[in-house]
Write a protein that binds this ligand. Structure first.
Ligand code: FAD
Length: 475
């Protein structure tokens, strides 16, 4: 046996990014027969970050993320490697449709309308969600010239330019806001949905491109498709909710690896080229450090090391969000709730951005005879107390869904600065940050601030960070 000192690595942040990073460090250590000593720090008392599943009296509600998009395989692959493949559940696709609110009523989203553009024209022609003129304007997309140049634009500018203001306000805006919790007029097209720019470039028209893509995926589906998407549908979760994943990752950490309730204050380089991680009342040196924090927190931790870097990190703006779960007896809800939920255009003036019919999306989440509605709120929730937020949610739901009785359960979860809003020029900003980071061997940034906000993106980011650190400490 060699008497070589084992590399010591700190992971700062124990959300899914930090947990995936720590797990991958240990996995790579075993593969390379050079297991690092890993310490994971989290300011909160519980690991998992924004991932959390409430489980009370037979009601199971996701407080944060509720679904993994299967097109991005990294989280599902991790789940399989953890031996939890049999826990993966797909959505109940017999209820797979959604609604959009117009003047206080729910209308089905036109079939084939994907995020911000339609793959089929007929459902759009017949929808009451848009005026005849608005629909004609969408059709103009087929003949409008494509945009020249590579410069970024906002998602809002893109949709308005291709499909018109009405398609944006009635459909694209609420769908995008329900994902990002933010305003599409401030979100970068290239950092969020670069595929749409690519489609415009290749096909000239978004509608034509969407139509061709739908035909292709229908043909692939008929041919049996082999991706995880074909196995589980578009979205997947775990039988007991997504917290099963973070709990399992936490459980696999060696004893005394994780330190909760420890807020890291700074990371500084030592004279010998190692890294000093400092918290209130303590510090320790490491060969490598992964900073798996939301950008504003990463900026604070790195300020003493590199003020310019901290400034750049603080340019990544984060929004506030909240989820409010409300369960009712089925007979107290007039609406059939035959879908996964609805989204609310900003012009409706409601507090919520959207609502998931959680009991329909995944099976086994409520006792028989009950329904579980989960409202998603953005910045408008910020000034409201929890009680006021529940009241506003119940008021909106009562009006939209015809609710008669009292809820049997309510559950509020708030997230301050937890969902990044990739603004114009985000990718250039991140390239710049990456470039500056090359000067800091053994220090790596990971998380939702950089190249994707979803759980699968975070898993990939954490695992890539682990591989980079293993290479750095080996050399
Ligand atoms: C309401 C909501 C719904 C979402 N829905 C979906 C969805 O359906 N599907 C999907 O794919 N994604 C969804 N997302 C996005 C996704 O969940 C997040 O981007 C992802 O979970 C972020 O993980 P993370 O580990 O990077 O950050 P976080 O989960 O924010 O974890 C960061 C951790 O760092 C800790 N920390 C902070 N400061 C310090 C410090 N100084 N020292 C030590 N520790 C510190 C915190 O306590 C926290 O545990 C949703 C997000 C939210 C908020």
């Amino acid at each position: 046996m060699s008497d070589r000192r084992l590399p010591e690595v700190a992971v700062v942040g124990g959300g899914i990014t930090g947990l995936a990073a720590a797990h991958r460090l240990l996995e790579l250590g075993r593969e390379r027969e050079a297991s690092p000593q890993v310490k994971l720090f989290d300011a909160a008392q519980r690991l998992g970050g924004v991932i959390g599943t409430m489980n009370r009296d037979g009601f199971l509600m996701e407080e944060g993320p509720d679904s993994l998009i299967t097109e991005k395989p990294w989280a599902l692959q991790l789940i399989e490697r953890l031996g939890m493949g049999d826990r993966i559940v797909g959505t109940q696709d017999e209820h797979r449709r959604s609604f959009i609110v117009k003047k206080g009523r729910l209308y089905p989203t036109p079939e084939g309308f994907h995020l911000m553009a339609p793959a089929r024209l007929w459902p759009l022609v017949t929808t009451p969600l848009m005026s005849p003129l608005g629909k004609l304007r969408v059709g103009l997309d087929l003949v409008l010239p494509r945009r020249r140049g590579d410069s970024d634009e906002t998602l809002g500018q893109f949709v308005k330019r291709r499909l018109g203001r009405e398609a944006f306000e009635a459909m694209a805006q609420p769908m995008i806001s329900a994902i990002y919790g933010g305003d599409p007029m401030r979100l970068s097209l290239l950092a969020t949905f670069p595929r749409f720019r690519d489609l415009e470039r290749r096909h000239g028209s978004i509608v034509r491109a969407m139509w061709l893509a739908a035909r292709k995926s229908a043909a692939a589906g008929q041919a049996g498709g082999s991706a995880s998407g074909a196995r589980y549908g578009m979205f997947a979760s775990l039988g007991g909710g997504l917290q099963e994943l973070t709990d399992e990752l936490a459980r696999r950490l060696p004893a005394s690896c994780a330190r909760t309730g420890v807020s890291i204050k700074s990371v500084l380089r030592t004279r010998g080229g190692r890294w000093t991680v400092t918290w209130d009342g303590g510090k320790s040196d490491f060969d490598g450090v992964i900073i798996a924090l939301p950008a504003p927190r990463a900026a604070e931790v790195l300020r003493s090391l590199d003020d310019d870097m901290a400034r750049r990190l603080s340019f990544v703006r984060y929004g506030t969000s909240a989820t409010v779960g409300v369960a009712y007896r089925q007979e107290d809800v007039e609406h059939h709730l035959d879908g996964f939920g609805f989204v609310v255009p900003a012009r409706e003036g409601l507090t919520m951005l959207g609502c998931t019919f959680a009991h329909r999306k995944y099976a086994g989440r409520v006792p028989d005879g009950y329904v579980m509605l989960r409202a998603f709120h953005g910045d408008r929730s910020d000034p409201l107390s929890d009680d006021d937020l529940v009241d506003a949610t119940r008021r909106d739901l009562t009006r939209l869904l015809g609710i008669r009785g009292e809820p049997v359960l309510t559950h509020v979860t708030r997230y301050h600065e937890s969902l990044p809003q990739y603004g114009l020029g985000h990718l250039d900003l991140i390239d710049d940050i990456d470039q500056r980071m090359t000067g800091y061997s053994g220090l790596v940034l990971a998380g939702n601030a950089y190249r994707g906000i979803g759980v699968p993106d975070c898993v990939r980011s954490g695992e890539n960070a682990a591989a980079a650190i293993m290479d750095a400490v080996a050399s």
